[in-house]
Design a protein around this ligand. Structure first.
Ligand SMILES: [Ca+2]
Ligand SMILES: [Ca+2]
Ligand SMILES: [Ca+2]
Ligand SMILES: [Ca+2]
Length: 228
């Protein structure tokens, strides 16, 4: 009888695990700066000084408004804050951008992406990314798609933090990358007027993935090419 009861408890427990395992696409963590996970790979200590671009563990580049200062610039997605103006990246290149709008974080080490967050900014939902990707690279030139979304905006509130996990929202990673790039190809209002915004991006990863010898080679060549 006792064994039977224990088995029932076990069965219930297993059911619970498998149900939570099935948790569907992405997870809303809340709204505002306090809902960010914090301590992501770009700034593990959460002590970055965005206005000076100091105390970060990554180098940032972008094809639109590169920089933290000067306004609603692209690196504001790494300033550890959610809010208006200087806390976000807004509002898109005039007439759109064929290659999309992208911002890249370059690290010294390779990381297998385990999870990441992307947060909406404060303005109208029509500026939220509807078609976008997170990509990885080891030379900063050839990028592989890790996560992609093409459909309705995933954010239903302003300054909303959404978390995406490997094994649920994108494939469990077996390759590490030194570069992570966020690209937006479309928003609901693209490419008219102020058509784009993102509040914050956080990347998390580990180095305990099996090393793919090919990616190692790419990394070496990437470094040689970058020295030119
Ligand atoms: Ca830091
Ligand atoms: Ca951060
Ligand atoms: Ca800022
Ligand atoms: Ca921000």
């Amino acid at each position: 009888m006792k064994i039977m009861k224990n088995m029932l408890i076990l069965a219930g427990f297993l059911l619970m695990i498998s149900t939570s395992d099935m948790a569907q696409a992405s997870k809303v963590l809340g709204t505002g700066t306090n809902s960010l996970l914090g301590g992501d790979l770009t700034d593990p200590e959460d002590d970055g000084k965005p206005e000076e671009d100091k105390k970060y563990n990554a180098e940032f580049t972008a094809n639109d408004e590169p920089g933290f200062g000067g306004g609603e610039f692209s690196f504001n997605v790494f300033d550890n804050r959610l809010g208006p103006s200087n806390d976000k990246w807004c509002c898109g290149k005039g007439g759109g951008s064929k290659e999309g709008l992208h911002v890249t974080a370059e690290f010294k080490k390779q990381y297998g992406l385990t999870h990441f967050t992307v947060s909406s900014a404060n303005d109208v939902p029509g500026r939220d990314p509807t078609e976008w990707e997170v990509q990885g690279s080891n030379d900063g030139k050839k990028f592989t798609t890790i996560f992609s979304h093409d459909g309705k905006s995933l954010w239903d509130q302003r300054l909303q933090v959404i978390r995406f996990d490997a094994g649920k929202d994108f494939k469990r990673q077996t390759t590490g990358y030194r570069f992570f790039r966020h690209v937006t190809f479309k928003t609901a209002t693209w490419p008219n007027g102020a058509y784009f915004q993102i509040g914050e991006i956080e990347y998390f990863g580990d180095t305990s993935f099996p090393v793919d010898p090919k990616s190692k080679l790419t990394n070496t060549w990437g470094r040689i090419k970058n020295v030119r």
